[in-house]
Design a protein around this ligand. Sequence first.
Ligand code: NFS
Ligand code: SF4
Length: 657
Amino acid sequence: MPDKKTIDPAAAEVLERAQQLGLSSAFSRADATKPCPIGQEGNCCSVCFMGPCRFVGKTTAGICGASKETIQARNLARKIAAGGAAHSDHGRDMAFALLLTARGEAQGFEIKDEKKLEKVARLMGIDTAGRTKEKVAEEVALRAIRDFGQQEGELTYIKRAPKKRQEIWRKLGIVPRGVDREVVETLHRTGMGTDQDAEHILDHAMRTALADGWGGSMLATDIGDILFGTPAPAVTSMNLGVLKEDEVNIVVHGHHPTLSETIVQASKDPAIIEYAKSKGAKGINLAGICCTANEVLMRQGVPLAGNMLHQELAIMTGAVEAMVVDVQCVMEALVEVASHFHTKVITTSPKAKITGATHIEFEETRGLDIARLILRTAIDNYPNRKEAHIPDVSSPVVIGFSHEYLNYMQGGRFRESFRPLNDAVIAGRIRGAAAVVGCNNPRAVQDEGIMTVIKELIANDVVVVATGCGAAAAGKHGYLTPEVFQAAGPGLKEVCQAIGVPPVLHMGSCVDNSRILTVLTQMANEGGLGDDISDIPAVGICPEWMNEKALCIAAYAVASGCYVLFGVGSPVAGSPEVTRLISEGWEKKVGGKLEFEVDPHKIVEKALAHIDKKRVALKLAEYDPKKFAQSETYLPADYAKDPKVYTEGHRTKAGVV
Ligand code: NFS
Ligand code: SF4
């Protein structure tokens, strides 16, 4: 293995042990399995069996005559559709869970956030007056389910976007009709011999992606909040050090909050805790990996054991009694790794089994019973634990900055608004905003790209919001605490100190990128920063992407007007024309563009140039860090006395600058 695999000391420690034990991991397999140079650049078409056609050397057409541009656009569109399908199928499951809950058929579920339910009902045009929350929830669920299968018209949430944006979509004919319809149409168009014009294929890819961003994902987020509560700041910790030597460690991994929330609930049952004690453990310790982790982290304060590349490493600590998984980003390799330890890998989704894993299927109607069974299975496994090596590495984090909380934070309950944030951007205290999101990829050094980008952006007064495995990286490396304002540029530092928030705000899982769309919309509607998402000095960055879902997020962010930069490499590198179509081409159509840039420093350069260009277009004050606090004079007087106030995200008396 080459020396540097990760910048995370916990991961490095476990990887060293893995090498001693002769265990393979995604890190070592990435070395052993070089990417196919043809497929890596998108130069292979395998949609029919006259091929696969490889565009190498002098080949300029497939057997059917397809051009390189066509096959590249098709490959990209299919990936976007697959990513959108994953998010949206998750959203659909949430809608059915809400329906069961509304009808009193989901064991252990309840409508936790009535305020959010009312808000969503209002957005959907559903009457709430004089009706029980169950009745309203039932109609909201049915309406959401309808959005998936709708054949004509527009998705319900399209009207949440700024007016100008909606008009752009209507003019281009890319307003999604129904979530499933757009995904199916992408598969149809991109099969052998149908849509054979790269630009036309890519237009539909945007439509499909929008059905995720303003449909499947947004519904997943909203329904998650209704069922389990809208996140608000809380303090917890991240990294492998959250596992405990003397407790039953259960790691939830995957993406759905339904199962993990039920497990959290069941783990508090005194009878279950007693049962754990009867097996010699001090208690039950839950931790999470990937986006399931982000979901229960945001809402329940459950610590996060790591991001995507930590899944095998968690098992390699020897301290995990059960890894409970559902869907997406779950490596098949877990079963093999677990075979060297006592860990049980438990699959739970009717959609996902892994050969060799224990399958305990989750059903909402018996949710709590199943959660108890899973917990008991893990507890029974505790006496089998042998040697455990838990790295003593974890970082405190403040998480849970939902759109609703950001609103509240900037004005209190009666003056909720985005005015202070907009004003800070207008004045140049905050240069702009960046969403740093997405995966880990063992083709890059774990967390290095993400952290380089985050550090450089905040030092340049760009406020960062983070989701998914990007947010987990930020937290593991100590960048989700208010104290990190020290690393921010002078203007951003002032704002963070005044409001008592970190310069990097954790906004949730990957479906919660829809929260970022909502924030951007509100910034546009608030005034002073143009009247569309594409006017705002903001960028989206995914430094270590790997999943098709990330490409779908990129495409809906671009179609919503954002400049999006991806690291690691481009899946369409083999076609300069498709590369141009999704950057300049899309920019002309929708104001946003997608670019791939391997070097994280260059990503930051491009991001800052874009932010400054947008500032000029808005005729805002030129960004000048010298104008803002160079000293500690803005540190609130009581900071040293009680930093905890700040770590809990409370606003200060100083108000908002
Ligand atoms: Ni997002 Fe979440 Fe992580 Fe990438 Fe996978 S967990 S949905 S896809 S790897 S950020
Ligand atoms: Fe080859 Fe055309 Fe078939 Fe693709 S669709 S594999 S380019 S023949």
